[in-house]
Design a protein around this ligand. Structure first.
Ligand SMILES: Cc1cc2nc3c(=O)[nH]c(=O)nc-3n(C[C@H](O)[C@H](O)[C@H](O)COP(=O)(O)OP(=O)(O)OC[C@H]3O[C@@H](n4cnc5c(N)ncnc54)[C@H](O)[C@@H]3O)c2cc1C
Length: 511
């Protein structure tokens, strides 16, 4: 049996490792010269400055630890994880700040400084969300192949916490009065590329996950996770073809039969796993007339996450006052999200700066730094034309905000290297459909059985893995998608499957 995986992103690597651990003949075809996809590395020519392309927060490391242990390996032999405390600094427009972290007493003191009446809310929030998380996680681990798969005990328990009528923002209003605290517990919907005003209330578990599982940096950058997975995959006999661009998935009738590479070579395969971005992969790897449920026109009607405007800046200066992670909240938080969803530039965008050199010396020379700047912006289903002029103007605006709000005086004079990625570049350079960096949106109608299925419903012998299938976008869930897809293949071939993990939700803050 020959299995081919299109793409060596976190999803492709996770499924690849599990398949290889069973001695199966598995090859990852990756078009770039290195693995990782959006969780890969970006550098200047001399590798003086090193950046993560996408993920900078690692949460729930136990999911990846579990994948390694299912392969008889130890994640910690491959990467060094560094728990950050506090996790990050939230900066509000009125000058106040908030530093979430695992030090429960300190967090309570900070809440009481911002809003003394909200202390009890914090305890209630944690208790409520612990229950919610325990009922939601098994649903995220589910393998939804047929409609009746949603009729099970886990889903039944989950319905009790789903509250489909309530948005994340409304839900937090039950616990907190102060809008700044509500922001501190809802901005995490950005991880799904959604506005808290539209995001299902069940995703209040995201900030609970931060408090309970911690936020980790990986020494050397989060792309080290992908490199560690590559190493483990190869050690188990997995084959990796770098610089190997898949042009088409060969479909005959209802079956995926193999792949065609851009040099015209064809590979017959028994199982084809697609890790390429779902919206991009559908539109480019399978002819429209062969698809029914996911024709181009139908794909366009789906809801997608926001996009991001990125600046990767190599500086001959280190800003010691700037923490590892800082988030700057817009003056009008709700309007900022409305603007993103309606396809407009915000007059005062929220933005995020990562300054990892304050905790990690591996990313830039001494007294230099590698800054990562992310601004959520509309995806390409909207009409913004990211031409040179628009990009340059937007860049200037963000640099001005960075000086004003983060105290990065004179930053322009210190830039030695710069790479800017717009939604258009996400699509053209990184092949992300509609530039929607966090994939298909995570509204109820695009989750579980309603999301493209891991055992892909359109064709036999074809599977999906990554943020476009179940459970959804974000590293922990993408690794879990690798586990779900691998287990689907094991089941098909009667291969024994190790037990699925129950997360240690009591770690971190005790509630
Ligand atoms: C800016 C940004 C910030 C993020 N921050 C976080 C964070 O802090 N924490 C978190 O948990 N998650 C974060 N995410 C979300 C998510 O974890 C990453 O996007 C993740 O890398 C997605 O993994 P994936 O496997 O689905 O796809 P990808 O990483 O996109 O991997 C797909 C792979 O397929 C390859 N490929 C595509 N087409 C072909 C082809 N035709 N032939 C061969 N190879 C092909 C690509 O080159 C790529 O390597 C972030 C994402 C972005 C973009």
């Amino acid at each position: 049996m020959k299995i081919g995986i299109i793409g060596g992103g976190p999803g492709g690597l996770a499924v690849g490792m599990l398949l290889a651990s069973k001695g199966l003949d598995v090859t990852i075809y990756e078009r770039e010269q290195s693995v990782g996809g959006r969780c890969g590395k970006l550098t200047d020519e001399d590798e003086k400055y090193i950046f993560d392309i996408g993920p900078t927060f690692l949460m729930m490391p136990y999911i990846l630890e579990d994948i390694f242990s299912k392969c008889n390996k130890n994640l910690h032999d491959y990467v060094n994880l560094n728990l950050l405390e506090p996790y990050y600094r939230l900066n509000y427009r009125d000058g106040s700040t908030f530093h979430p972290g695992q030090n429960y007493q300190r967090v309570k003191r900070e809440i009481s400084k911002l809003s003394p009446g909200d202390i009890d809310g914090f305890e209630n929030y944690m208790k409520d969300n612990k229950k919610k998380f325990e009922k939601t996680f098994p649903v995220l681990q589910g393998d939804y192949q047929k409609f009746y798969d949603i009729f099970n005990l886990d889903i039944l328990k989950f319905l009790g916490v789903l509250r489909p009528w309530s948005t994340l923002w409304d839900d937090l209003g039950k616990h907190f009065k102060d809008d700044r605290i509500k922001v501190g517990f809802t901005f995490q919907s950005k991880y799904l590329g959604m506005s808290p005003m539209n995001c299902p209330s069940v995703f209040s578990i995201l900030s609970f996950v931060e408090y309970s599982s911690g936020i980790y940096h990986v020494q050397g950058g989060l792309h080290q996770l992908s490199e560690g997975m590559e190493k483990a995959f190869k050690e188990m006999g997995g084959k990796l073809e770098l610089g190997c661009d898949v042009k088409k998935i060969i479909i005959e009738g209802k079956k995926a039969k193999g792949i065609e590479l851009s040099d015209g070579t064809k590979q017959q395969l028994d199982e084809v796993v697609m890790n390429a971005d779902f919206a991009w992969g559908m539109q480019n790897l399978i002819d429209d007339e062969k698809r029914k449920k996911y024709k181009d026109e139908k794909l366009r009607q789906k809801k997608y996450s926001c996009s991001t405007f990125m600046m990767y800046l190599g500086l001959n200066k280190k800003y010691e006052h700037l923490p590892h992670h800082s988030i700057y909240i817009s003056e009008d938080y709700k309007r900022n999200f409305d603007d993103i969803e309606s396809g407009n530039f915000s007059y005062d965008p929220s933005f995020y700066i990562q300054n990892p050199c304050v905790t990690d010396d591996n990313l830039a020379p001494k007294d230099h730094s590698a800054l990562y700047v992310l601004v959520p912006v509309p995806n390409l289903k909207n009409e913004i034309n990211w031409d040179k002029k628009t990009t340059e103007e937007f860049k200037k605006k963000i640099l001005r905000l960075m000086k004003e709000r983060a105290g990065l005086d004179g930053i322009e004079e210190h830039i030695e290297f710069e790479d800017v990625v717009t939604p258009k570049n996400w699509e053209k350079r990184f092949r992300v459909g509609y530039g929607a960096t966090f994939n298909l949106a995570h509204n109820i109608r695009q989750l579980t059985i309603f999301r493209p299925r891991n055992r892909f419903e359109e064709f036999d012998n074809m599977w999906l893995v990554g943020g476009g299938t179940n459970p959804g976008s974000g590293l922990p869930t993408i690794y879990e998608s690798g586990r779900i897809t691998a287990y689907g293949i094991f089941k098909k071939y009667n291969i024994e499957m190790p037990a699925v993990i129950t997360p240690p939700v009591t770690s971190g803050i005790q509630v």
